[in-house]
Design a binder for this molecule. Structure first.
Ligand code: ZN
Ligand code: ZN
Length: 128
């Protein structure tokens, strides 16, 4: 089974994801723009039992517009976010943490009302 490794900038915090992700998505919302410092966020999700984490992480909880808590985990040394969850049974990993240009493209694109107009979206299954 494929195991992919994600890491923070300094390598202290690492995540190992087994098998294929159950969802790959991009999000154009303003909270993702602030968190990533980029024009959009992009993440893959795995069932929690397929993910192993090594290293120290600091948790930041952001309450969504719908009032639901979202937990983000970042390296306390370099500040890079390596995983988060929006639903308890799945862990989301920002694609950039894999540093793998061959990673599969997103099939879901959300919050397109906040999309930077120059960002083109791959042939996604779902837009909202
Ligand atoms: Zn780090
Ligand atoms: Zn978002």
């Amino acid at each position: 089974m494929t195991t992919r490794e994600a890491a923070c900038s300094c390598g202290q915090l690492r995540l190992f994801a087994e098998g294929e992700p159950v969802r790959i998505s991009m999000c154009h919302c303003l909270a993702c723009q602030r968190r990533t410092g980029s024009a959009f966020g992009m993440q893959a999700r795995w069932p929690r039992e397929n993910v192993r984490i090594e290293g120290r992480a600091t948790e930041y909880v952001r309450v969504s517009d719908d009032g639901e808590p979202r937990s983000f985990f970042f390296c306390p040394d370099c500040g890079a976010t390596v995983y988060y969850w929006t639903e308890p049974e799945r862990i989301a990993v920002p694609i950039g943490a894999f540093a793998d240009p061959a990673f599969a493209p997103p099939l879901v694109s959300v919050w397109e009302s906040r999309r930077h107009p120059w960002v083109s979206v791959p042939a996604a299954e779902r837009h909202d």
